[in-house]
Ligand binder design. Sequence first.
Ligand code: FE2
Length: 361
Amino acid sequence: MTGSNVFEKIDHIEFYVGSAKHWAYFHQKALGFNIIGYSGPETGVRDRISYLLKQGDVRLIFTGFLSRTSEISRHVEMHGDGVKDITLKVPDINETISFIRERGVASPSSIRTEKGDYGSLKKSVVPTYGETAHTLVDYSEWESDLPPGFISVESEGGKESVQKIDHVVGNVEENRMDPWVDYYVRGLGFRQLISFDDKDISTQYSALKSKVVEYGNRKIIFPINEPALGLKKSQIQEYLDYYESPGVQHIALSTDDIVNTVRKMKENGVRFLETPASYYENIEDRVGKIDEDIDVLRELNILVDRDDDGYLLQIFTQPIGDRPTFFYEIIQRKGATSFGKGNFKALFESIEREQAKRGNL
Ligand code: FE2
């Protein structure tokens, strides 16, 4: 087998959190998701509460715990609220697992079959950085979009404005980026896209290195960062200190109208990183002609970058939970296939201002 279709797409991303109800409420009211599924004691699941949310093709699960002895409780105590699983949909789990096993790098667990009202669902878990995992899920004998244990719920929902997951970024320790890139490339059949080095992405104080792996013609994109030496603490190191391990740093959600998406989210109380007004001076010299009104971008703090294929607009939220770990990026691609390298400096200076406020720079 060639391995060109052993993974179909990101099925959903599951977070372990202190209160699933409040994470669901925030994502519904502030970010425009619809709550479409619920699982808990009322549905026969005794040890946890989960909400399934959807917006466009993006599906998220927030899971909270009901007892102090729960694995979820231990995870939240150690890491704070964060991503536990980037679940990948696979067309045929037996083929995917033999493909991975033949490559001899990653160790998928043996297949577990969950039975329910909609048939049987096959799963296997492939570990990745920190305590993060990729559960592989095969829906071929399961006739529902809802995982086992979930009932569908009708929610008022928010007005949808993002459509897809563009990429999911992991932060790993110093000198661990290359081994993890190798894990995805040699172990799981991904392809490496492009690389930055710390000269590309550094400010006066802190730096990072980043490489990107992708699968299936960019259907799944995972950038991986590690801290690099600067005069002061790298923002990646601040993440690792607070998360107490490697983990998911951000999920980029793509929209086809970033101005409206960001305006709406701001009205709903979502807080974004600020960009200095100087960023917008001479912006057309840097990125050329763009369709958007620069004054509107300045007002909303939206960043712009150009590569050989086109340009992109992007903005980053403040951390979503209490610890300065996980956040979202909102991105609109207008041809560009890169990740906003030209914005890294402006972005990092902005992150560092927040880091300094926390006394960690
Ligand atoms: Fe990103």
